[in-house]
Design a binder for this molecule. Structure first.
Ligand code: THG
Length: 366
């Protein structure tokens, strides 16, 4: 396999030295930054994630910081989710759409204070959109990408590992909330969140200077917990129905098609971009939607969309697929037309290796 030429455009992270020392075998590029995807093998990493505890370099979840008197107003302009109840200390999963209701990103918004937010972005250049909107609306707000790098602790032993570094109080942090915790004199946001269904934390490391000291401290503290380096795991995230922007959804999709309608309060999110378009789609309902699919037979890696057929017609696409050792089937995420999205519907998926039988599932696996 050829390699990708290293260059400044593919940014290393403050944890890259630790990731390399841990024996990283594969990367993807996310927000123009390295994101480790494989250490031992995708299947071995999956088993370990579900059994023990992993430390993930997710520095590629870059922060777009909004700071100033109009920060809250801008945040509500950017998302159709109603933010009126959002308090400092809370994290919200927020769809971001354009004026036609097309998905631009699906970040986690972190409310630090009434006049300061982080938008923890998925893989699209949201900073440009946010700066453009603030400029166009003449808002009094500063927007930049701070030197903040998320480090995730994920897995069933995540609480035990985090408590050894931050103290037992970290166990009391509730889902999608954060607390401030100190490490080596640096105060940091520690949230109970992360891109797996195994539970755990995301530490928003506030300065590159403390990144490797924290990385090393976690591995030193977690030796007997069998802590290892890991990363977002393809199999586990499909089982859990965690969507990947750019793979499972793009600008071509509305939040309702992505199953993110529950995060849109279009009636009350007055002034948000895309409101008129989303009011229409919320009323009529989507005509295609994300569905869990199980697929039979051997599959190659899913690195392009696979057309899905039902009754001889194209009725959708598969955008993520992997063999699940726990469920003993290929688990997949697809976008399926209304006529064929009922659980139990049998479809055909056109892979580069041939046609495969697929079944629409009632729900994701975990
Ligand atoms: N954490 C942080 N930033 C991120 C991600 C993250 N930025 C990029 C990417 N991941 C954004 N996408 C997602 C997708 C799913 C979730 C979070 C970010 C997620 N979803 C939960 C679920 O679907 O079960 C819970 C959503 C909820 O109930 O609010 O966690 O992972 N910092």
């Amino acid at each position: 396999m050829a390699v990708i030429a290293p260059s400044r455009r593919i940014r290393r992270t403050p944890f890259s030295d630790g990731v390399e020392a841990a024996g990283v075998k594969g990367y993807t590029v996310y927000n123009h930054m390295l994101l480790p995807t494989v250490f031992e093998s995708v299947e071995a990493d999956y088993r370990h994630l579900k059994t023990d505890v992993q430390v993930w370099d997710v520095a590629c979840e870059r922060q777009v910081e909004l700071r100033g008197p109009d920060a809250a107003r801008l945040m509500q302009i950017l998302t159709p989710r109603d933010l009126r109840g959002m308090l400092p200390g809370q994290c919200f999963y927020v769809p971001i759409v354009d004026e036609t209701g097309g998905m631009l990103n699906d970040p986690v918004a972190v409310k630090l204070s009434d006049d300061r937010y982080w938008i923890s972005i998925a893989d699209s250049d949201l900073l440009f959109w946010v700066k453009g909107i603030a400029y166009g609306y003449r808002l009094d707000v500063l927007i930049d990408e701070p030197d903040v790098s998320p480090l995730a602790i994920q897995g069933p032993k995540a609480d035990d590992l985090a408590a050894r570094i931050f103290g037992d109080a970290v166990r009391d942090v509730k889902f999608f909330r954060f607390g401030m915790f100190s490490f080596e004199g640096y105060d940091m946001v520690v949230a109970r969140s992360g891109y797996s269904k195994q539970g755990g934390f995301e530490i928003y490391v506030p300065d590159s200077a403390v990144a490797m000291p924290l990385w090393d401290a976690l591995f030193k503290a977690g030796g007997d917990l069998n802590v290892r380096a890991g990363g977002p795991n393809l199999i586990e995230r499909i089982e859990g129905g965690l969507l990947s922007y750019g793979n499972d959804m793009t600008l071509e999709n509305t939040p309702h098609e992505c199953g993110l309608g529950r995060f849109c309060s279009t009636e009350t999110a007055i002034g948000c971009i895309g409101r008129d378009a989303l009011l229409r789609v919320a009323k009529e309902g989507p005509v295609r939607q994300i569905r869990p699919l199980s697929i039979e037979g051997d599959l190659p890696p899913c690195d392009r969309l696979w057309k899905v057929y039902g009754d001889g017609e194209k009725v959708g696409q598969v955008t993520s697929a992997a063999w699940s050792p726990d469920f003993e089937t290929n688990v997949a995420i697809g976008m399926v037309r209304m006529t064929h999205w009922k659980p139990g519907t049998v479809l055909e998926v056109e892979t580069p290796d041939g046609m495969r039988k697929a079944t629409v599932e009632a729900k994701f696996w975990i």
